[in-house]
Design a binder for this molecule. Structure first.
Ligand code: PGA
Length: 267
């Protein structure tokens, strides 16, 4: 695991966007795994800026989102379809046929989830998976004790996650209890994982993920077994890391070839 500590969320978002920019410039037909929530918004804004001002072309890119609420259609304002369209896709030039988000209205959910996995495989797998982290250590919507080998499936949210997500809905009772999410095993097959975490409220989860035991109780800790994971945390989210000085030392002394963010990416 690589841990990059940035002074603030803005520089963290820019650092993360640079990984994606490098990948897309090196491999125009890249497959990106994308995330929702507050965390990736700054990174998405930077990608939009790079598209508008620096000619970053997304026309060959294929995307797969991590998750969606069960029961919410694409037109629901709190659906992740709506979020992704508003915050990213309507500003870029990814052809709609190359965009994949789990369908929260699918009838036969297990069959739909198998098909989602097959579509990822048929696209050649995910080159870079963008991730946030929940307060409880979830990635995607893989709540504590999710199997570390899990695949795309239906999950029931914890009360903590339901409470955290209430802000996107007009009333608390509206937050769905169920979601479709890529599994931890699905995420682990991405060639590179890029996890962003900002703010003090994420400090415990970040410490548990990076320095705690590998446990299904903290699904993000599975990333300790992933060969190319970069965690970008701001000072506040990195506050409880016991080895923060070492991570800063690694960053300050990075060999030139490692400074090029593409070194871990496949072309
Ligand atoms: P957030 O959510 O980005 O809104 O904090 C992260 C997550 O739950 O994965």
């Amino acid at each position: 695991m690589e841990v990059i500590i940035t002074s603030d969320p803005e520089s963290g978002a820019k650092t993360g966007a640079r990984f994606i920019e490098k990948l897309v410039r090196t491999k125009p037909a890249a497959t990106l795994g994308l995330a929702t929530g507050s965390t990736p918004l700054g990174l998405y804004r930077e990608l939009i800026r790079l598209h508008r001002e620096a000619g970053l072309d997304f026309s060959g890119v294929t995307t797969f989102n991590l998750d969606e609420y069960v029961g919410l259609g694409a037109d629901h304002p709190a659906s992740y379809h709506h979020f992704m369209h508003e915050e990213l896709f309507r500003h870029l030039n990814i052809p709609p046929g190359q965009i994949h988000i789990p369908d929260g209205t699918a009838g036969d959910i297990p069959a739909y989830c198998r098909k989602y996995e097959e579509t990822i495989r048929a696209a050649g797998g995910i080159d870079l998976q963008l991730l946030g982290i929940g307060h409880d250590g979830h990635i995607g919507f893989n709540e504590p004790i999710s199997s570390l080998a899990s695949r795309t499936r239906l999950k029931t949210l914890t009360q903590g996650t339901i409470d955290a997500n209430q802000r996107f809905f007009s009333s608390p009772g509206e937050v769905p209890r169920h979601v479709i999410t890529m599994g931890v095993g699905t995420i682990m097959e991405a060639h590179v994982c890029l996890l962003l975490a900002f703010g003090e409220a994420k400090a415990d989860a970040v410490a548990a993920m990076v320095e705690g035991p590998l446990t299904a109780n903290v699904p993000a800790s599975a990333l300790q077994m992933h060969p190319h994971t970069t965690v970008i945390a701001d000072e506040a989210a990195a506050k409880k890391l016991r080895r923060a000085d070492y991570y800063r030392f690694v960053e300050a002394n990075k060999p030139a070839f490692q400074r090029d963010a593409t070194f871990a990416l496949r072309s």
